[in-house]
Structures are given as C-alpha cells and as structure tokens.
Ligand binder design. Structure first.
Ligand code: PPY
Length: 302
C-alpha cells in the first residue's frame, strides 16, 4: 500500500476520483494542486491525484503549469467524473449573501446562482470542500460543493443536482514519478508539453507531424511561459500509447523539431474510446514500412 496525495481537503471531487484510481492505497489530502505534485517530487507520496480538465471551463491551469515545470511527473491513469453540485449552507443562515467555491465550480453553476440566489456575491475558495469548511466556520453563507461534502461537513443542503450543463465532466489524473509505464490497451491517451519556437508555422509543424501519422488529437491547450510575455507552451493530448510504433515515430519527430518536448504519460482513457486508425497508419503499416527500408538497405529489394 502506498501513500497518494490528493487535492483536498476531504470531500472534494478529486477525493472521489482518487478513491477510484487508487482504491487500495492510503489517501491523504493536501490544500493545493501544487502541494500534491510537490509531495510526489519530494518522495512524501508515491502518487498524486489532481483534476486536469473540465468540459465546461477547460484546463485546470495549476495542473498544467505544475506538470510543465520542475521535476517530470507522468500520468499513469485517469478518471472521468460527472459533476453535479450540492449547495450547502448553515442552519443559522436566512439570506444567502455570499457563495464560495472553486472557480471551476462557480463557472458551472452561474445560471443557477443567477436564477436562485441573485442577491449572493460569489467568492473563490481553493476547492469545493475548502468552501464547505469556510461556510462551517461562518466565513461565508453557502458553498457549491460535491454531494459527498455533507458527509464530512454537517451543513444544510439547500439544493442538489445543480449544474448549468447537465453532462458536465471533469477528468482527473493519477501522477507518479517517471518509471514503469502502464501497458497499451488500444484505447490510450498520450500527453506531451512542448514550447514551440516563436516563428511562423512552428505549432503547425508539430501538429502536422501527428496528422501525417494519422494520430487523432484529444486536447490542445496553450499556457503562457511565465517571465516570457508572448511565448507559450502547448499541451497536446492524442490517441495512442508511446509503446506503439506510430506513436513512437511521431514522438521522435516532435523531439527532432523541438528539443524541449516533455512526455507527460501514456495511459488508458477513462471513456474507453478506441484509437482511430487511419488508412496506412496502423502500427503494422509502420513496422512493414521499416522492414521494407531495412531490406532495401541490405540490398535485397529495390
Ligand atoms: O474542488 C474540488 O472539489 C475539486 O476537486 C476540483 C473541482 C472543482 C469543480 C469541479 C470539479 C473538480
């Protein structure tokens, strides 16, 4: 049994994801995403569970920035959670004047708040569960939190199943130090981050290397490189596993074009969607083509 840090405190959506991703491990909460990554880098945790993207608000920037900087970590598994919120308050609150939550949660209930608590001001908390703690302490009137939060923080449930977008989902990663990779399944995702050069077509060249090999992208995010205004890192997720010939070939090409490519992991997709294989771009096509070149070099074929 190993120790896994998760973005807490207790009762976050991330804790629920961690329970699924590391069911046999000892989980412990930390206050920020950055602290979860640091715990792994310092060897205080064998892994970390953090949110990475959301179908309504997009990237979780603390996770992306944390993965691009400092010692490398790799994603070995992911989990997808359907996200519906509960709105929690204290018994002594008559009128809700302040509503606290994680920025991604507030963004997903904007319309509900406008319709149901129009008088309330929103306040950002470090996580949904941290907002529940703050309400319990009397700092704010209500929290937008995960349904499980009431099991940890005895608050009054004002509303359940709150979500402006009914099928909103958040994806979470289990991150570990570089080591053994999970095996390929046919429904994998590979993630990289690269700082494309600041010249015409640099990003297009990276993407073209993937497109040429029939590799389907699943996400593209840009993040500023701090301290270098106007320069960006690109986080690129695509179908496939680094062990596959077509993916290995693409990664080698990206590395040729850009020597700061960082590999962020290959692992099974939580939604089980199988990789798209384009005509002439199956792994066997890559193997056959390499064999053909080898035969030509041996002088056996022309
Ligand atoms: O704050 C939490 O509970 C988290 O785990 C982050 C988050 C916030 C909003 C939606 C999904 C995950």
């Amino acid at each position: 049994m190993s120790r896994i840090a998760y973005f807490g405190p207790q009762g976050t959506f991330t804790e629920q994801a961690a329970r699924r991703l590391a069911a046999d491990d000892e989980l412990f909460p930390v206050e920020t995403i950055s602290a979860a990554l640091t715990a792994v880098r310092k060897g205080e945790a064998a892994g970390a569970c953090v949110p990475v993207e959301n179908s309504v608000e997009g990237a979780v920037t603390a996770t992306l920035d944390g993965l691009a900087e400092d010692a490398p970590l790799v994603a070995v598994a992911e989990e997808l959670l359907a996200v519906h919120f509960s709105v929690l308050t204290r018994d002594d609150v008559d009128t809700v004047r302040t509503v606290a939550s994680h920025p991604h949660a507030l963004a997903q209930v904007r319309q509900w708040l406008a319709a149901n608590l129009p008088q309330a001001r929103t306040v950002v908390a470090s996580s949904t569960a941290a907002a529940a703690v703050a309400v319990q302490r009397g700092e704010y009137d209500a929290a937008v939190a995960a349904p499980v939060a009431v099991e940890h923080y005895p608050l009054r449930v004002l509303a359940t199943g709150v979500a402006d977008v009914p099928d909103a989902r958040t994806r979470f990663l289990l991150l570990r130090p570089p080591g053994t990779l999970p095996g390929p399944t046919g429904h994998d995702r590979t993630s990289i981050v690269a700082a494309a050069a600041n010249r015409t077509g640099a990003l297009a060249e990276l993407l073209t290397e993937l497109a040429f090999r029939g590799i389907n992208l699943t996400r593209l995010d840009a993040r500023p490189i701090k301290g270098n205004f106007g320069l960006y890192r690109f986080f690129i997720d695509f179908e496939g596993h680094v062990i596959e010939p077509r993916i290995g070939d693409a990664l080698a090409a990206l590395r040729r074009r850009c020597n700061n490519v960082r590999f962020l992991g290959s692992h099974p997709r939580a939604d089980g969607v199988a990789a798209t294989i384009e005509q002439g771009a199956a792994n066997q096509d890559f193997v056959n083509a390499a064999d053909w070149v080898a035969a030509v070099r041996r002088g056996e074929l022309a």
